[in-house]
Write a protein that binds this ligand. Structure first.
Ligand SMILES: [Zn+2]
Length: 603
Protein backbone atom coordinates (compact mmCIF):
# COMPACT_ATOMS: atom_id res chain seq x y z
CA UNK A 1 0.00 0.00 0.00
CA UNK A 2 2.74 2.41 0.91
CA UNK A 3 4.14 2.16 -2.64
CA UNK A 4 0.78 2.87 -4.32
CA UNK A 5 0.25 5.89 -2.02
CA UNK A 6 3.63 7.42 -2.95
CA UNK A 7 2.98 6.82 -6.65
CA UNK A 8 -0.48 8.36 -6.25
CA UNK A 9 1.37 11.26 -4.78
CA UNK A 10 3.58 11.40 -7.91
CA UNK A 11 0.50 11.57 -10.12
CA UNK A 12 -0.89 14.43 -8.06
CA UNK A 13 2.51 16.07 -7.79
CA UNK A 14 3.30 16.22 -11.48
CA UNK A 15 -0.26 16.56 -12.69
CA UNK A 16 1.21 13.96 -14.93
CA UNK A 17 -1.42 13.25 -17.39
CA UNK A 18 -0.07 14.45 -20.67
CA UNK A 19 -1.58 17.42 -22.22
CA UNK A 20 -5.07 17.32 -20.74
CA UNK A 21 -6.56 20.70 -21.38
CA UNK A 22 -8.09 21.97 -18.16
CA UNK A 23 -10.88 24.40 -19.21
CA UNK A 24 -9.56 27.82 -20.21
CA UNK A 25 -5.89 26.74 -20.53
CA UNK A 26 -4.36 27.67 -23.88
CA UNK A 27 -3.28 24.43 -25.61
CA UNK A 28 0.53 24.17 -25.58
CA UNK A 29 2.13 23.90 -28.99
CA UNK A 30 5.23 22.23 -27.55
CA UNK A 31 4.11 18.75 -26.48
CA UNK A 32 7.22 18.36 -24.37
CA UNK A 33 9.01 15.00 -24.66
CA UNK A 34 12.62 13.97 -24.26
CA UNK A 35 15.29 16.67 -24.53
CA UNK A 36 18.46 14.66 -24.57
CA UNK A 37 22.02 16.08 -24.56
CA UNK A 38 24.84 13.55 -24.61
CA UNK A 39 27.81 15.85 -25.14
CA UNK A 40 27.31 19.06 -23.17
CA UNK A 41 29.02 22.27 -24.27
CA UNK A 42 31.32 24.13 -21.91
CA UNK A 43 29.43 26.96 -20.14
CA UNK A 44 29.89 30.42 -21.70
CA UNK A 45 32.73 32.36 -20.09
CA UNK A 46 30.31 34.80 -18.50
CA UNK A 47 28.67 32.16 -16.31
CA UNK A 48 31.49 29.59 -16.22
CA UNK A 49 32.92 30.19 -12.75
CA UNK A 50 29.59 29.94 -11.00
CA UNK A 51 28.65 26.84 -12.98
CA UNK A 52 31.78 24.87 -12.10
CA UNK A 53 31.70 26.05 -8.46
CA UNK A 54 28.56 23.96 -7.93
CA UNK A 55 29.62 20.59 -6.53
CA UNK A 56 27.88 17.62 -4.99
CA UNK A 57 30.64 17.57 -2.41
CA UNK A 58 29.70 20.99 -0.99
CA UNK A 59 26.00 20.20 -1.20
CA UNK A 60 26.72 17.01 0.72
CA UNK A 61 28.31 18.99 3.54
CA UNK A 62 25.21 21.12 4.01
CA UNK A 63 23.01 18.03 3.77
CA UNK A 64 24.98 16.26 6.48
CA UNK A 65 23.83 19.01 8.86
CA UNK A 66 20.32 19.63 7.53
CA UNK A 67 19.37 15.94 7.45
CA UNK A 68 20.99 15.11 10.79
CA UNK A 69 18.96 13.84 13.74
CA UNK A 70 19.99 17.06 15.47
CA UNK A 71 17.40 19.01 13.48
CA UNK A 72 14.74 16.39 14.23
CA UNK A 73 13.23 16.45 10.75
CA UNK A 74 12.84 20.26 10.51
CA UNK A 75 9.10 20.32 11.19
CA UNK A 76 7.49 23.74 10.68
CA UNK A 77 7.51 26.02 13.73
CA UNK A 78 9.92 23.83 15.69
CA UNK A 79 13.44 24.40 17.04
CA UNK A 80 14.87 22.09 14.37
CA UNK A 81 13.34 24.21 11.63
CA UNK A 82 14.52 27.47 13.22
CA UNK A 83 18.11 26.19 13.47
CA UNK A 84 18.04 25.16 9.80
CA UNK A 85 16.68 28.60 8.88
CA UNK A 86 19.39 30.40 10.85
CA UNK A 87 22.03 28.21 9.20
CA UNK A 88 20.82 29.19 5.74
CA UNK A 89 20.64 32.88 6.65
CA UNK A 90 24.24 32.81 7.87
CA UNK A 91 25.35 31.25 4.58
CA UNK A 92 23.44 33.88 2.52
CA UNK A 93 25.05 36.59 4.57
CA UNK A 94 28.49 35.00 4.22
CA UNK A 95 28.09 35.08 0.40
CA UNK A 96 27.11 38.76 0.51
CA UNK A 97 23.53 38.18 -0.62
CA UNK A 98 21.19 40.84 0.65
CA UNK A 99 18.33 40.11 3.07
CA UNK A 100 14.93 40.14 1.34
CA UNK A 101 12.64 39.32 4.25
CA UNK A 102 10.61 41.59 6.52
CA UNK A 103 11.64 45.16 7.13
CA UNK A 104 13.03 45.60 10.62
CA UNK A 105 13.04 48.65 12.91
CA UNK A 106 16.39 50.47 12.99
CA UNK A 107 17.79 50.18 16.52
CA UNK A 108 20.84 49.36 18.72
CA UNK A 109 23.05 46.59 17.27
CA UNK A 110 21.87 43.24 18.60
CA UNK A 111 23.73 39.89 18.72
CA UNK A 112 21.46 38.55 16.01
CA UNK A 113 23.82 38.54 13.01
CA UNK A 114 21.33 37.37 10.43
CA UNK A 115 18.80 40.00 11.51
CA UNK A 116 20.57 43.14 10.33
CA UNK A 117 23.30 41.94 7.93
CA UNK A 118 26.00 44.08 9.45
CA UNK A 119 26.00 47.41 11.32
CA UNK A 120 22.29 48.17 12.04
CA UNK A 121 22.97 51.81 12.66
CA UNK A 122 24.06 52.32 8.97
CA UNK A 123 21.48 50.43 6.83
CA UNK A 124 18.89 48.77 9.00
CA UNK A 125 16.40 47.58 6.49
CA UNK A 126 15.45 43.96 5.98
CA UNK A 127 15.80 40.63 7.71
CA UNK A 128 16.56 37.35 5.98
CA UNK A 129 13.30 36.10 7.48
CA UNK A 130 9.76 36.64 6.24
CA UNK A 131 7.51 35.87 9.17
CA UNK A 132 4.64 33.51 8.45
CA UNK A 133 2.04 33.32 11.19
CA UNK A 134 -0.20 30.25 10.99
CA UNK A 135 -3.22 28.95 12.79
CA UNK A 136 -2.78 25.47 14.24
CA UNK A 137 -5.91 23.37 14.58
CA UNK A 138 -5.49 21.59 17.89
CA UNK A 139 -8.73 19.68 17.81
CA UNK A 140 -11.92 19.49 15.84
CA UNK A 141 -15.15 18.04 17.09
CA UNK A 142 -18.07 17.62 14.80
CA UNK A 143 -21.39 15.89 14.37
CA UNK A 144 -23.97 15.50 11.64
CA UNK A 145 -27.64 15.00 12.50
CA UNK A 146 -30.31 14.03 10.00
CA UNK A 147 -33.99 14.67 10.66
CA UNK A 148 -36.99 13.73 8.63
CA UNK A 149 -40.60 14.24 9.44
CA UNK A 150 -43.74 12.78 7.98
CA UNK A 151 -47.32 13.13 9.25
CA UNK A 152 -45.92 14.51 12.53
CA UNK A 153 -43.61 11.59 13.15
CA UNK A 154 -40.03 12.80 13.44
CA UNK A 155 -37.00 10.59 12.77
CA UNK A 156 -33.59 11.74 13.90
CA UNK A 157 -30.22 10.13 13.44
CA UNK A 158 -26.78 11.37 14.51
CA UNK A 159 -23.66 10.31 12.60
CA UNK A 160 -20.20 10.05 14.17
CA UNK A 161 -17.02 11.82 13.08
CA UNK A 162 -14.24 9.40 12.12
CA UNK A 163 -16.72 6.53 11.71
CA UNK A 164 -19.43 7.76 9.37
CA UNK A 165 -17.65 10.80 8.02
CA UNK A 166 -14.42 12.78 7.98
CA UNK A 167 -14.12 16.48 7.32
CA UNK A 168 -11.30 17.66 5.11
CA UNK A 169 -11.50 21.18 6.48
CA UNK A 170 -11.14 22.60 9.96
CA UNK A 171 -13.26 25.45 11.31
CA UNK A 172 -16.26 26.51 13.35
CA UNK A 173 -19.73 26.34 11.87
CA UNK A 174 -23.26 25.20 12.51
CA UNK A 175 -25.21 24.70 9.31
CA UNK A 176 -28.78 23.41 9.18
CA UNK A 177 -30.44 23.07 5.77
CA UNK A 178 -32.42 20.86 3.36
CA UNK A 179 -30.45 18.38 1.22
CA UNK A 180 -30.28 17.88 -2.51
CA UNK A 181 -28.87 14.78 -4.22
CA UNK A 182 -26.85 16.11 -7.18
CA UNK A 183 -25.59 12.91 -8.80
CA UNK A 184 -21.86 13.31 -9.41
CA UNK A 185 -21.99 17.10 -9.09
CA UNK A 186 -20.77 17.48 -12.66
CA UNK A 187 -21.34 20.30 -15.13
CA UNK A 188 -19.77 19.61 -18.53
CA UNK A 189 -21.10 21.84 -21.30
CA UNK A 190 -19.17 19.95 -23.98
CA UNK A 191 -21.04 16.80 -22.98
CA UNK A 192 -24.31 18.66 -22.41
CA UNK A 193 -24.23 17.15 -18.94
CA UNK A 194 -25.44 19.20 -15.95
CA UNK A 195 -26.24 17.59 -12.61
CA UNK A 196 -27.61 20.93 -11.37
CA UNK A 197 -29.96 21.37 -14.31
CA UNK A 198 -33.26 20.81 -12.52
CA UNK A 199 -32.39 21.45 -8.90
CA UNK A 200 -31.70 24.57 -6.86
CA UNK A 201 -28.67 24.07 -4.63
CA UNK A 202 -28.75 27.57 -3.16
CA UNK A 203 -28.65 27.51 0.67
CA UNK A 204 -28.78 23.72 0.71
CA UNK A 205 -26.41 20.88 1.56
CA UNK A 206 -25.38 18.90 -1.54
CA UNK A 207 -24.86 15.14 -1.47
CA UNK A 208 -22.75 13.95 -4.42
CA UNK A 209 -20.99 10.82 -5.63
CA UNK A 210 -17.37 10.95 -6.72
CA UNK A 211 -16.21 9.65 -10.10
CA UNK A 212 -18.69 10.07 -13.01
CA UNK A 213 -21.63 8.30 -14.72
CA UNK A 214 -20.85 4.93 -16.30
CA UNK A 215 -17.74 4.30 -14.24
CA UNK A 216 -17.87 0.60 -15.22
CA UNK A 217 -18.77 1.29 -18.84
CA UNK A 218 -15.77 1.60 -21.13
CA UNK A 219 -17.75 3.59 -23.70
CA UNK A 220 -18.83 6.22 -21.18
CA UNK A 221 -17.79 9.66 -22.51
CA UNK A 222 -16.37 10.33 -19.05
CA UNK A 223 -13.62 7.85 -19.76
CA UNK A 224 -12.17 10.22 -22.33
CA UNK A 225 -8.72 11.40 -21.23
CA UNK A 226 -9.58 14.93 -20.12
CA UNK A 227 -12.65 13.76 -18.15
CA UNK A 228 -10.85 10.69 -16.80
CA UNK A 229 -8.27 13.03 -15.24
CA UNK A 230 -10.89 15.36 -13.85
CA UNK A 231 -13.32 12.86 -12.36
CA UNK A 232 -11.60 9.53 -11.85
CA UNK A 233 -8.09 10.68 -10.78
CA UNK A 234 -8.47 12.23 -7.30
CA UNK A 235 -6.15 15.05 -8.27
CA UNK A 236 -6.32 17.59 -5.51
CA UNK A 237 -5.70 21.22 -6.35
CA UNK A 238 -3.89 23.10 -3.68
CA UNK A 239 -5.69 26.21 -4.63
CA UNK A 240 -9.35 26.72 -5.46
CA UNK A 241 -10.41 23.31 -4.05
CA UNK A 242 -11.48 20.33 -6.02
CA UNK A 243 -13.74 20.79 -8.99
CA UNK A 244 -16.96 19.33 -7.53
CA UNK A 245 -16.79 21.39 -4.35
CA UNK A 246 -16.19 24.54 -6.36
CA UNK A 247 -19.06 23.73 -8.74
CA UNK A 248 -21.45 23.33 -5.78
CA UNK A 249 -20.11 26.47 -4.06
CA UNK A 250 -20.61 28.47 -7.28
CA UNK A 251 -24.31 27.49 -7.09
CA UNK A 252 -24.72 28.75 -3.54
CA UNK A 253 -24.48 25.40 -1.75
CA UNK A 254 -23.64 25.64 1.98
CA UNK A 255 -21.68 22.37 2.25
CA UNK A 256 -20.80 19.23 0.28
CA UNK A 257 -21.09 15.59 1.33
CA UNK A 258 -18.92 13.45 -0.96
CA UNK A 259 -19.52 9.69 -1.09
CA UNK A 260 -17.63 6.93 -2.84
CA UNK A 261 -19.38 6.03 -6.11
CA UNK A 262 -18.18 2.45 -5.88
CA UNK A 263 -17.66 0.65 -2.54
CA UNK A 264 -13.92 0.22 -1.93
CA UNK A 265 -11.96 -1.76 0.65
CA UNK A 266 -10.88 0.60 3.48
CA UNK A 267 -7.11 0.25 3.28
CA UNK A 268 -6.17 2.50 6.14
CA UNK A 269 -7.09 0.82 9.41
CA UNK A 270 -4.86 -1.87 10.87
CA UNK A 271 -2.23 -2.02 8.13
CA UNK A 272 -0.14 0.58 9.86
CA UNK A 273 0.08 -0.88 13.29
CA UNK A 274 3.48 0.04 14.68
CA UNK A 275 5.74 -2.67 15.91
CA UNK A 276 6.77 -0.43 18.82
CA UNK A 277 9.42 -2.82 19.99
CA UNK A 278 11.33 -2.65 16.72
CA UNK A 279 12.84 0.82 16.26
CA UNK A 280 14.71 0.91 12.97
CA UNK A 281 14.57 3.27 10.04
CA UNK A 282 12.88 0.98 7.58
CA UNK A 283 10.04 -0.10 9.90
CA UNK A 284 6.45 0.82 8.96
CA UNK A 285 5.32 3.86 10.93
CA UNK A 286 2.01 4.52 12.53
CA UNK A 287 1.44 8.10 11.48
CA UNK A 288 -0.29 9.93 14.34
CA UNK A 289 -1.40 12.50 11.78
CA UNK A 290 0.14 15.80 10.99
CA UNK A 291 -0.33 19.10 12.70
CA UNK A 292 -3.06 20.94 10.89
CA UNK A 293 -1.87 24.40 10.02
CA UNK A 294 -3.71 27.08 8.08
CA UNK A 295 -2.81 30.58 7.00
CA UNK A 296 -4.71 33.17 9.03
CA UNK A 297 -6.50 34.78 6.08
CA UNK A 298 -8.15 31.48 5.28
CA UNK A 299 -11.02 32.57 7.57
CA UNK A 300 -13.14 29.81 8.91
CA UNK A 301 -12.42 27.15 6.40
CA UNK A 302 -9.40 25.70 4.70
CA UNK A 303 -8.53 27.64 1.50
CA UNK A 304 -8.40 24.34 -0.32
CA UNK A 305 -12.18 23.97 0.10
CA UNK A 306 -14.37 27.04 -0.42
CA UNK A 307 -17.22 25.50 1.63
CA UNK A 308 -17.25 22.80 4.34
CA UNK A 309 -16.61 19.47 2.62
CA UNK A 310 -17.12 16.04 4.14
CA UNK A 311 -16.29 12.54 2.97
CA UNK A 312 -19.10 10.28 4.12
CA UNK A 313 -19.47 6.50 4.08
CA UNK A 314 -21.83 4.82 1.65
CA UNK A 315 -23.75 3.51 4.64
CA UNK A 316 -24.40 7.05 5.89
CA UNK A 317 -25.35 8.29 2.40
CA UNK A 318 -27.79 5.40 1.93
CA UNK A 319 -29.39 6.24 5.31
CA UNK A 320 -29.87 9.91 4.46
CA UNK A 321 -31.33 9.14 1.02
CA UNK A 322 -33.62 6.49 2.53
CA UNK A 323 -35.01 9.04 5.02
CA UNK A 324 -36.55 10.81 1.98
CA UNK A 325 -38.03 7.56 0.71
CA UNK A 326 -35.46 7.18 -2.09
CA UNK A 327 -32.80 4.51 -2.62
CA UNK A 328 -29.17 5.41 -3.34
CA UNK A 329 -28.36 2.28 -5.41
CA UNK A 330 -31.50 2.86 -7.45
CA UNK A 331 -30.56 6.50 -8.17
CA UNK A 332 -27.12 5.35 -9.26
CA UNK A 333 -28.42 2.74 -11.65
CA UNK A 334 -30.80 5.31 -13.20
CA UNK A 335 -27.78 7.59 -13.86
CA UNK A 336 -25.57 4.78 -15.22
CA UNK A 337 -28.30 3.34 -17.41
CA UNK A 338 -29.53 6.63 -18.87
CA UNK A 339 -26.17 8.47 -18.72
CA UNK A 340 -28.36 11.37 -17.58
CA UNK A 341 -28.57 13.22 -14.25
CA UNK A 342 -31.08 12.01 -11.62
CA UNK A 343 -30.69 14.93 -9.25
CA UNK A 344 -33.48 15.83 -6.83
CA UNK A 345 -34.33 17.46 -3.55
CA UNK A 346 -34.34 14.86 -0.74
CA UNK A 347 -37.72 15.96 0.48
CA UNK A 348 -38.55 16.08 4.20
CA UNK A 349 -34.86 15.62 5.12
CA UNK A 350 -32.89 18.28 6.98
CA UNK A 351 -29.23 17.99 8.01
CA UNK A 352 -27.45 19.86 10.76
CA UNK A 353 -23.65 20.05 10.51
CA UNK A 354 -21.76 21.19 13.60
CA UNK A 355 -18.01 21.70 13.72
CA UNK A 356 -15.84 23.27 16.38
CA UNK A 357 -12.10 23.69 16.05
CA UNK A 358 -9.78 24.75 18.82
CA UNK A 359 -6.82 26.62 17.35
CA UNK A 360 -3.69 28.54 18.37
CA UNK A 361 -1.36 30.87 16.46
CA UNK A 362 2.16 29.61 15.66
CA UNK A 363 5.01 31.49 13.98
CA UNK A 364 7.50 30.28 11.40
CA UNK A 365 9.37 32.01 8.61
CA UNK A 366 10.54 31.82 5.01
CA UNK A 367 14.28 32.53 4.54
CA UNK A 368 14.91 34.95 1.66
CA UNK A 369 17.99 36.56 0.13
CA UNK A 370 18.53 38.49 -3.07
CA UNK A 371 21.20 39.20 -5.68
CA UNK A 372 20.24 42.43 -7.36
CA UNK A 373 20.41 42.59 -11.13
CA UNK A 374 23.09 44.70 -12.80
CA UNK A 375 20.93 46.26 -15.50
CA UNK A 376 19.00 49.36 -14.47
CA UNK A 377 16.43 48.67 -17.17
CA UNK A 378 15.41 45.23 -15.93
CA UNK A 379 16.77 44.82 -12.42
CA UNK A 380 13.28 45.31 -11.03
CA UNK A 381 12.33 42.04 -12.72
CA UNK A 382 12.99 38.95 -10.63
CA UNK A 383 13.57 35.24 -11.04
CA UNK A 384 12.46 33.38 -7.88
CA UNK A 385 14.38 30.19 -7.05
CA UNK A 386 12.61 28.35 -4.23
CA UNK A 387 12.77 25.14 -2.19
CA UNK A 388 10.92 24.13 0.94
CA UNK A 389 13.05 23.80 4.09
CA UNK A 390 10.51 22.08 6.33
CA UNK A 391 9.79 18.38 6.59
CA UNK A 392 7.77 15.99 8.77
CA UNK A 393 9.71 16.26 12.02
CA UNK A 394 9.68 13.52 14.62
CA UNK A 395 6.95 10.94 15.29
CA UNK A 396 7.41 8.85 18.39
CA UNK A 397 10.94 7.43 18.26
CA UNK A 398 11.24 8.10 14.54
CA UNK A 399 12.95 11.12 12.98
CA UNK A 400 11.95 11.95 9.40
CA UNK A 401 15.34 13.35 8.31
CA UNK A 402 14.00 14.40 4.92
CA UNK A 403 17.38 14.13 3.18
CA UNK A 404 15.76 13.99 -0.26
CA UNK A 405 12.52 15.73 0.77
CA UNK A 406 13.61 18.38 0.74
CA UNK A 407 17.16 18.52 2.06
CA UNK A 408 18.34 17.92 -1.51
CA UNK A 409 16.35 20.86 -2.90
CA UNK A 410 17.60 23.19 -0.16
CA UNK A 411 21.23 22.18 -0.72
CA UNK A 412 20.78 22.57 -4.47
CA UNK A 413 19.43 26.06 -3.90
CA UNK A 414 22.33 26.94 -1.53
CA UNK A 415 24.84 25.76 -4.14
CA UNK A 416 23.11 27.84 -6.84
CA UNK A 417 23.03 30.88 -4.51
CA UNK A 418 26.75 30.72 -3.78
CA UNK A 419 27.42 30.24 -7.50
CA UNK A 420 25.51 33.41 -8.41
CA UNK A 421 27.08 35.31 -5.54
CA UNK A 422 30.61 34.36 -6.57
CA UNK A 423 30.29 34.40 -10.35
CA UNK A 424 32.24 37.44 -11.67
CA UNK A 425 29.44 38.53 -14.05
CA UNK A 426 26.16 39.40 -12.29
CA UNK A 427 22.78 38.62 -13.86
CA UNK A 428 20.93 41.49 -15.52
CA UNK A 429 17.68 40.74 -13.71
CA UNK A 430 17.40 40.16 -9.97
CA UNK A 431 17.48 36.67 -8.43
CA UNK A 432 15.52 35.93 -5.26
CA UNK A 433 16.53 32.82 -3.28
CA UNK A 434 13.70 31.60 -1.05
CA UNK A 435 13.48 28.72 1.42
CA UNK A 436 9.81 28.12 2.17
CA UNK A 437 8.27 26.98 5.42
CA UNK A 438 5.09 24.95 5.84
CA UNK A 439 5.16 23.08 2.49
CA UNK A 440 4.29 19.79 4.14
CA UNK A 441 1.30 21.47 5.77
CA UNK A 442 -0.13 22.75 2.51
CA UNK A 443 2.34 25.02 0.73
CA UNK A 444 1.85 27.63 3.47
CA UNK A 445 5.15 29.53 3.13
CA UNK A 446 5.03 29.91 -0.66
CA UNK A 447 1.31 30.75 -0.53
CA UNK A 448 2.06 33.43 2.04
CA UNK A 449 4.90 34.81 -0.13
CA UNK A 450 2.66 35.08 -3.19
CA UNK A 451 0.20 37.04 -1.07
CA UNK A 452 3.07 39.19 0.35
CA UNK A 453 5.70 39.21 -2.41
CA UNK A 454 9.12 40.89 -1.94
CA UNK A 455 8.88 41.90 -5.64
CA UNK A 456 5.65 42.64 -7.56
CA UNK A 457 4.21 39.44 -9.04
CA UNK A 458 3.83 41.14 -12.40
CA UNK A 459 7.61 41.66 -12.34
CA UNK A 460 8.24 38.01 -11.50
CA UNK A 461 9.70 36.46 -14.64
CA UNK A 462 9.54 32.85 -13.43
CA UNK A 463 9.58 30.53 -10.41
CA UNK A 464 12.05 27.64 -10.34
CA UNK A 465 10.95 25.12 -7.70
CA UNK A 466 13.37 22.48 -6.36
CA UNK A 467 11.73 19.64 -4.47
CA UNK A 468 13.28 16.16 -4.10
CA UNK A 469 16.21 16.30 -6.53
CA UNK A 470 18.47 13.82 -4.73
CA UNK A 471 17.48 10.39 -5.96
CA UNK A 472 18.43 8.88 -9.27
CA UNK A 473 16.06 7.14 -11.64
CA UNK A 474 16.66 3.44 -12.27
CA UNK A 475 15.45 1.23 -15.13
CA UNK A 476 12.91 -0.28 -12.77
CA UNK A 477 11.63 3.14 -11.70
CA UNK A 478 11.51 4.26 -15.33
CA UNK A 479 9.37 1.26 -16.30
CA UNK A 480 7.10 1.84 -13.33
CA UNK A 481 6.79 5.51 -14.26
CA UNK A 482 5.83 4.52 -17.77
CA UNK A 483 3.13 2.14 -16.56
CA UNK A 484 1.72 4.42 -13.91
CA UNK A 485 1.73 7.64 -15.82
CA UNK A 486 0.86 6.08 -19.12
CA UNK A 487 3.71 8.21 -20.40
CA UNK A 488 3.79 7.66 -24.15
CA UNK A 489 7.55 7.50 -24.60
CA UNK A 490 8.41 4.97 -27.30
CA UNK A 491 10.07 1.92 -25.70
CA UNK A 492 13.09 2.40 -27.98
CA UNK A 493 13.58 5.97 -26.73
CA UNK A 494 13.18 4.85 -23.14
CA UNK A 495 15.83 2.18 -23.62
CA UNK A 496 18.25 4.80 -24.90
CA UNK A 497 17.75 6.97 -21.85
CA UNK A 498 20.61 6.94 -19.34
CA UNK A 499 18.75 6.67 -15.99
CA UNK A 500 21.71 8.37 -14.27
CA UNK A 501 21.19 11.51 -16.33
CA UNK A 502 17.40 11.29 -16.52
CA UNK A 503 15.04 13.85 -15.04
CA UNK A 504 11.34 14.55 -15.42
CA UNK A 505 10.47 18.21 -15.36
CA UNK A 506 7.08 19.77 -15.50
CA UNK A 507 6.77 23.32 -16.62
CA UNK A 508 4.14 25.97 -17.23
CA UNK A 509 2.06 25.40 -20.29
CA UNK A 510 1.88 27.94 -23.05
CA UNK A 511 4.42 30.32 -24.51
CA UNK A 512 6.86 31.53 -21.83
CA UNK A 513 10.60 32.01 -21.54
CA UNK A 514 11.04 28.92 -19.35
CA UNK A 515 10.92 26.35 -22.13
CA UNK A 516 13.81 27.81 -24.14
CA UNK A 517 15.85 28.74 -21.06
CA UNK A 518 15.61 25.12 -19.93
CA UNK A 519 16.79 23.76 -23.27
CA UNK A 520 19.66 26.26 -23.50
CA UNK A 521 20.70 25.32 -19.98
CA UNK A 522 20.53 21.62 -20.69
CA UNK A 523 22.97 22.11 -23.58
CA UNK A 524 25.46 22.84 -20.76
CA UNK A 525 24.22 20.33 -18.17
CA UNK A 526 23.92 17.40 -20.58
CA UNK A 527 20.94 15.61 -19.08
CA UNK A 528 18.15 13.48 -20.56
CA UNK A 529 15.13 15.55 -19.72
CA UNK A 530 11.51 14.53 -20.06
CA UNK A 531 9.81 17.94 -20.15
CA UNK A 532 6.07 17.98 -19.52
CA UNK A 533 3.81 21.01 -19.90
CA UNK A 534 1.21 21.06 -17.13
CA UNK A 535 -1.28 23.26 -15.31
CA UNK A 536 0.95 23.13 -12.26
CA UNK A 537 -1.65 23.04 -9.54
CA UNK A 538 0.18 20.03 -8.14
CA UNK A 539 1.51 19.43 -4.62
CA UNK A 540 4.60 21.60 -4.39
CA UNK A 541 5.60 25.24 -4.03
CA UNK A 542 5.36 26.22 -7.68
CA UNK A 543 1.57 25.85 -7.41
CA UNK A 544 0.88 29.26 -5.78
CA UNK A 545 2.93 30.90 -8.57
CA UNK A 546 1.18 28.83 -11.25
CA UNK A 547 -2.14 29.88 -9.79
CA UNK A 548 -1.09 33.51 -10.37
CA UNK A 549 -0.15 32.76 -13.98
CA UNK A 550 3.61 33.11 -13.34
CA UNK A 551 5.74 30.81 -15.54
CA UNK A 552 7.35 28.06 -13.52
CA UNK A 553 9.54 24.94 -13.73
CA UNK A 554 9.33 22.12 -11.25
CA UNK A 555 12.63 20.30 -10.69
CA UNK A 556 11.74 16.93 -9.19
CA UNK A 557 13.68 13.69 -9.56
CA UNK A 558 12.74 10.09 -8.84
CA UNK A 559 10.03 9.07 -6.42
CA UNK A 560 11.17 6.23 -4.16
CA UNK A 561 9.81 3.94 -1.46
CA UNK A 562 11.49 6.21 1.12
CA UNK A 563 9.07 9.02 0.38
CA UNK A 564 7.80 10.48 3.69
CA UNK A 565 9.50 7.70 5.61
CA UNK A 566 12.24 7.82 8.29
CA UNK A 567 14.35 5.94 5.75
CA UNK A 568 14.68 9.11 3.62
CA UNK A 569 18.21 9.62 4.92
CA UNK A 570 21.54 11.12 3.87
CA UNK A 571 23.26 8.00 2.50
CA UNK A 572 20.45 7.47 -0.04
CA UNK A 573 21.02 10.81 -1.77
CA UNK A 574 23.14 10.83 -4.95
CA UNK A 575 25.40 13.89 -4.67
CA UNK A 576 26.49 13.68 -8.33
CA UNK A 577 22.88 13.72 -9.45
CA UNK A 578 22.23 16.65 -7.11
CA UNK A 579 25.24 18.45 -8.62
CA UNK A 580 23.99 17.92 -12.19
CA UNK A 581 20.50 19.18 -11.41
CA UNK A 582 21.81 22.20 -9.46
CA UNK A 583 24.01 23.18 -12.42
CA UNK A 584 20.95 22.83 -14.70
CA UNK A 585 18.98 25.12 -12.34
CA UNK A 586 21.83 27.68 -12.23
CA UNK A 587 22.14 27.80 -16.04
CA UNK A 588 18.36 27.98 -16.51
CA UNK A 589 18.10 30.86 -14.04
CA UNK A 590 21.01 32.70 -15.69
CA UNK A 591 19.35 32.35 -19.11
CA UNK A 592 16.13 33.76 -17.64
CA UNK A 593 17.91 36.61 -15.84
CA UNK A 594 20.28 37.38 -18.73
CA UNK A 595 23.85 38.55 -18.43
CA UNK A 596 25.61 41.63 -19.64
CA UNK A 597 28.38 41.09 -22.15
CA UNK A 598 26.96 38.09 -23.89
CA UNK A 599 23.53 39.66 -24.27
CA UNK A 600 24.91 42.61 -26.04
CA UNK A 601 26.69 40.06 -28.23
CA UNK A 602 23.66 37.72 -28.59
CA UNK A 603 20.73 40.20 -28.68
ZN1 LIG B 1 8.82 18.01 -0.60
Amino acid sequence: MKTCLSLLFVIVLLGAYPMSTVSGDAPDQDPGGIHRVDSPQPPPAAIHDGFVSITGHDAGNYLRFLASDLLEGREVATRGYDIAAEFAAVLFRMWGLKPAGDFIQAGPVTGNMSAAGGDARKTPSRSYFQDVVMREVLSTTGSITAESGQSGIKHERTFISGIDFTSSVAGNWSISAPVVFAGHGIVEKALKYDDYHNIDAKDKIVLILNEAPGADMADSPFHRKEYEERYFQPRRRMHGGDLRTRTAADRGALAVLLVENRPRKNRYLGSRILDREKVDDSGPVFDPGRRRLLLPHSGNTDPRSPIPTYRISRHMAAKIVAMSGENLENLQSIINRSQKPASRLLSRVRLTLNSKSCTQLVRSHNVMAVLEGSDEAVKNEVVVIGAHLDHLGKKGPYIFNGADDNGSGVCGLLEVAQAFATNPIPPRRTILFALWTGEESGLLGSTYYVAHPAYPLEKTVANLNLDMIGRRWTRERLDRMRQWWGVDIPQKELENIDPDRFLVLSRARGPSPVRDALKQANALAGMHLLIRPSAGFGGSDHAPFAFKGIPWIFFFSAMTEDYHMPSDSLEKVSLDHLENISRLVYATAFHLAGWDHDEKASE
